[in-house]
Design a protein around this ligand. Structure first.
Ligand SMILES: [Zn+2]
Length: 372
């Protein structure tokens, strides 16, 4: 879409619902989208929740078809699910589960030009609210990030499901979300653009700032509630920040160095299997180091990471004894990320390498202080 210069965009899901038991509202929400929803999830999630979904949809006189995602979200896998939807004359696509299932459903909705809902069962990142679709190859290398023409029509977040999931997922969602404030601020201060390819409106920075403040205030108690499988006010606050505020913050505010670094981490020794949120959490430390923030400010975030269990250094992301070659590989791939141009000032390879070195040094000093 080519827009006149100076036009800016704010995009968001049509409706966002959050709370314990929200899943049972699915039928009522889907009723106005035609009689034949296609529900996409993996075998485990569909096995656990399938009958509850059928009951909720049946109450609205809807008969769903189910598409099971097996393995990676490749172009072929999405096309096969879309063929199933076409054959069943589906009127709505509902993705349920983790990021992969939601992205598969988004890909199918794009191919069939249908409305779509996301129903996350974990809160490990902000993909439920976003229009982005990550496409992979069979060896789990990301090959493209497509974008739907609209954000999901409905995002339905059942916090009882999120609380019942392993706490590591929610922790990763916090890691992904913390960075958004700083990425949006840098994008706005420089000449960056959002995923809508326009300059950001100030609303995005306000949301990303609220996201960060919410997580600093509620993350510890929210994670503790998740560990007890309990829905509390703190857990609700953390989920809203990790799913809604984080998604609105990045799509309307822009991504930057913290996310650009994941390009390298996805390929580097030991770190490639770390979750996206853990990778972004480390990326944020490097981002702040590259901005020239004070040692005290970075150390404050490091101490927070230690309290909630986010990784503070490459070793904690899975890379034992990082060497110069490891760092060079991360830097080289980071330089290929389009988000890098959203950093407030131009960054080259040596500057990123220096920022990684500074962040790693501060993390090791922080651990030393903790031990004494
Ligand atoms: Zn992210």
């Amino acid at each position: 879409m080519t827009l006149p210069a100076g036009i800016r965009i704010f995009g968001a899901p049509g409706r966002y619902l959050q709370g314990p038991g929200a899943l049972d509202a699915l039928g009522a929400l889907a009723a106005s989208y035609g009689p034949a929803p296609l529900v996409i999830g993996d075998a485990q999630v569909l096995g656990l929740l399938g009958s509850r979904l059928v009951t909720s949809l049946a109450e609205a006189d809807l008969t769903p078809a189910f598409g099971t995602l097996k393995g990676e979200i490749t172009r072929e896998a999405v096309a096969a699910l879309a063929a199933q939807g076409k054959e069943r004359e589906s009127s709505l696509v509902i993705g349920i589960g983790g990021g992969k299932s939601l992205d598969a459903a988004k890909g199918v909705a794009m191919l069939l030009d249908l409305p779509m809902f996301t129903v996350p069962t974990i809160a490990s990142n902000d993909s439920p609210t976003s229009a982005a679709v990550a496409i992979y190859d069979d060896s789990h290398a990301m090959v493209a990030v497509d974008r739907m023409a609209r954000n999901p029509d409905v995002v339905l977040v059942d916090t009882a499901l999120i609380a019942a999931a392993p706490v590591a997922f929610l922790r990763a969602g916090i890691g992904d979300a913390l960075a958004k404030k700083f990425e949006a601020e840098g994008c706005r201060a420089g000449s960056g653009v959002t995923p809508f390819e326009t300059r950001p409106l100030s609303t995005a920075s306000a949301i990303a700032d609220a996201c960060y403040r919410t997580l600093r205030a509620h993350a510890e108690a929210g994670l503790a509630a998740c560990a007890r499988n309990e829905v509390t006010g703190d857990l609700e606050a953390v989920v809203e920040a990790a799913v809604l505020m984080s998604g609105l913050g990045f799509e309307n505010g822009g991504l930057s160095l913290a996310h650009a670094l994941t390009r390298g981490l996805m390929r580097a020794r030991g770190t490639k299997d770390a979750s996206h949120g853990d990778q972004v959490a480390w990326g944020l430390l490097v981002h702040l180091a590259a901005e020239g923030r004070s040692d005290e400010e970075i150390d404050d975030l490091l101490q927070f990471y230690c309290r909630i269990g986010l990784p503070t250094c490459l070793a904690e992301l899975g890379m034992s004894e990082p060497g110069a070659d490891d760092i060079a590989l991360i830097v080289d791939w980071t330089l290929t990320a389009p988000h890098l141009k959203n950093f407030a000032s131009p960054l080259d390879g040596p500057a990123i390498e220096a920022a990684i070195g500074r962040a790693e040094a501060l993390a090791s000093q922080g651990r030393g202080r903790d031990a004494t």
